[in-house]
Design a protein around this ligand. Structure first.
Ligand SMILES: Nc1ncnc2c1ncn2[C@@H]1O[C@H](COP(=O)(O)OP(=O)(O)O)[C@@H](O)[C@H]1O
Ligand SMILES: [Mg+2]
Length: 445
């Protein structure tokens, strides 16, 4: 019988947990003569913090693989799943479809011994100002989410507005927030900022007007309210929270806003997990427990779940050059996420354009087909430390079917050709075709 390959789990954890807390990601390919066939099941550890980097050209299966991981996590046995929360930043508005069964791939699923199944433990969040219109469009959104304007620093604002630090408007914003801090005002809203900008005669009328216009634009993002959404509402153990940011896909400066949301949420979760981690540590010292074992002894302690963040088009959020409102928070998770138990799964078509920390901090890379030289070079540079073979050679032996990829595991310093398993939930975001899909599946939407 084919043994299971465990990705992302070191030897001591293998001894401690066996295969518990891993999810089926796919099967490895083996080549026998000219035939390539599927062989050993490949499982991914999800109970430790990881940085997973998913790359590949358009249509290669990147978003699909990311949602395989998300659905795998919430389908773990309850006693494990309840300790992990998945936050999916949905910049294209395609992941809400995971609520529905994947009838499209029913035949393929059957070959894998799986059945189409919609996710039950999924919540779709839409920015408060777009909640009603999303519902009208038939998107099955569950809750609105909002941010308090007073949570943003001056730098958050200017990055969200995509302004350089030296811009007079950036300086006015910095000064306004500085004044609020001095006055110990910590619960202000957008109107308060607008009023203060208008009233600051130390800046020219022109600068004040421009600042006011920026904040009026920010009002139209439909993101701010006096009651921001509590992190506990977003971070739910055993559940996927999809944050639908697709409304900003077409708006001017859309990436500035998307990065702002990603940055703020990641930052808040990071801080909360840090605090929670310290409490867990104290408790662990008292009872000698480990996170996923000895539940009985520790059930009465309220713990914050570990979090897996998933972000598509990550080179826009965390570019190689320049800074966005998400950069600091994402880099903090890349570098220090292990301690507070935060995992990051970043997806991009252009690994050559992503922040170099992603390349250095990823411990698992899932590479679907990539072709551009710059991107192949970027990935090759990550692997040189331990792999003799070049990535290009490995990528070339992959069959051209959907979901074929190379997985690199830094924990074991191994590389495997893999076919990612089919999803049991519906996959959105497929490129539209001129010919309508022949099965008229009733999605019940
Ligand atoms: N593991 C897989 N098994 C079966 N089909 C897949 C798999 N991965 C991708 N596909 C197919 O390929 C299409 C494109 O995948 P997707 O993840 O949306 O591409 P992208 O890399 O652009 O995000 C999907 O709609 C699906 O039909
Ligand atoms: Mg995609």
């Amino acid at each position: 019988m084919a043994f299971n390959i465990l990705i992302g789990r070191n030897e001591s954890d293998k001894k401690k947990f066996g295969e518990e807390g891993t999810i089926l990601l796919g099967k490895s390919y083996v080549k026998m003569g000219r035939e390539v066939s599927l062989s050993n099941p490949i499982y991914l550890d999800v109970i430790k913090a990881h940085v997973v980097f998913v790359v590949g050209k358009r249509g290669g299966g990147k978003s699909y693989s990311a949602s395989v991981i998300a659905e795998g996590i919430v389908n773990l046995p309850d006693h494990i799943a309840k300790n992990i929360s998945v936050i999916l930043f949905d910049t294209m508005g395609v992941f809400w479809t995971m609520k529905y069964p994947n009838e499209k791939d029913a035949d393929l699923l059957e070959q894998w011994g799986l059945k189409p199944k919609g996710l039950e433990k999924i919540q779709v969040f839409t920015p408060i100002g777009q909640f009603e219109s999303a519902k009208d469009k038939g998107i099955p959104t569950d809750k609105s989410f909002a941010i308090q304007a007073s949570e943003l620093t001056g730098e958050d604002w200017r990055l969200a507005f995509e302004l350089p630090g030296s811009h007079p408007v950036s300086i006015l914003i910095e000064k306004t927030l500085g004044d609020f801090a001095e006055q110990k005002r910590d619960n202000y809203n957008l109107d308060d900022i607008i009023d203060a900008c208008k009233a600051d005669v130390s800046f020219t009328q022109e600068v004040r007007n421009e600042a006011v216009n920026r904040f009026k634009t920010a009002k139209r993002w439909g993101l701010f309210s006096d009651q921001g959404t509590k992190i506990d509402v977003l971070v739910k153990g055993g559940s996927v929270s999809v944050l639908d940011l697709s409304a900003y896909a077409t708006s001017e400066g859309g990436w500035g806003v998307k990065a702002l949301v990603v940055g703020l949420i990641c930052k808040r979760v990071f801080i909360e997990r840090m605090i929670s981690r310290q409490l867990e540590e104290v408790e662990a010292i008292k009872t000698g427990y480990s996170y996923f074992k000895l539940e009985e002894e520790t059930d009465n302690i309220e713990r914050k779940p570990l979090v897996w963040f998933i972000a598509d088009e990550a080179h826009e959020l965390l570019p190689a050059e320049g800074k966005t409102a998400a950069t600091d928070a994402l880099v903090a998770i890349l570098r220090e996420g292990r301690q507070p138990g935060l995992s990051l799964l970043l997806i991009t078509q252009q690994p050559g354009k992503i922040h170099s920390d992603v390349l250095t901090q990823s411990d698992i890379v899932l590479a679907h087909r990539i072709t551009a030289k710059r991107d192949v070079d970027a990935l090759n540079s990550m692997m040189q430390s331990y792999l003799g073979d070049t990535l290009t050679a490995s990528l070339n032996i992959l069959p051209s079917e959907s979901g074929a990829a190379i997985i690199l595991d830094d924990n074991s310093e191994r590389l495997y050709p893999i076919r990612v398993r089919p999803k049991f939930s519906w996959h959105g975001g497929e490129a539209p075709t001129a010919i309508k899909y022949k099965k008229s599946d009733n999605l019940g939407i």
